[in-house]
Design a protein. Structure first.
Length: 204
């Protein structure tokens, strides 16, 4: 039997800002994406995360919102009602962008943590475009990746527990594109990190 061909994975760091805990009753107000790099059978190659990016602010889809969630992003819902992009248009443009930057590879969304961002992104893609360029499971959680490499329980992990050399030097601003770029650098560092044993000093 012939060996199965392994297609490269194109990792796309994504961050969303929303006004509540779940999509549908609440709205995704903005999202940003940054190409972080490509993984092939022989390893991961990072790219400058500022080179290929995508950002949109969206019109809210309901009148409901959680003030505490809205305050995190600092976005103005009233402004977005008139100036935000229509979700169907923005998500269609995003899908086209993902396919363009992933030519020759399979796109994988990655986030920290991925669960919240993926929930909104996938729901919006299916609701407004009918399809996802990532499929139904093409996401990678950086928190899980670190926990696995570090040999830690998942719930013991936070960015503050990570070695500083793994973290991006960029600030986490809660602007979706800024944070997507920051997290793309975190992903690249995690992908190339051998784990605590591999990075420990060698005894003399």
């Amino acid at each position: 039997m012939a060996a199965r061909r392994i297609r490269p994975s194109r990792y796309i760091s994504l961050d969303i800002e929303a006004d509540g805990p779940i999509p549908g009753p609440y709205s995704m107000l903005s999202f940003g994406a940054s190409v972080a790099g490509t993984q092939e059978a022989d390893g991961f190659t990072a790219v400058d995360p500022q080179l290929q990016t995508f950002y949109r602010e969206l019109r809210p889809i309901s009148e409901e919102f959680v003030p505490e969630a809205l305050s995190v992003s600092g976005l103005d819902r009233e402004r977005l009602k008139s100036e935000g992009a229509e979700p169907a248009v923005a998500l269609g443009e995003f899908s086209d962008w993902v396919r363009e930057v992933s030519a020759g590879a399979q796109p994988v969304m990655c986030g920290y943590p991925a669960s919240y961002d993926w929930t909104f992104l996938y729901w919006y893609l299916i609701r407004f475009t009918g399809a996802s360029p990532f499929g139904h499971s093409g996401c990678l959680d950086m928190k899980t990746l670190y926990a696995t490499k570090a040999g830690l329980p998942l719930r013991a992990v936070a960015k503050g527990t990570m070695p500083r050399h793994l973290l991006s030097r960029r600030r986490h601003t809660h602007h979706a594109l800024d944070d997507a770029i920051e997290q793309a650098e975190l992903l690249a560092n995690l992908m190339n990190w051998p784990g605590p044993a591999g990075s420990a000093p060698v005894p003399g």
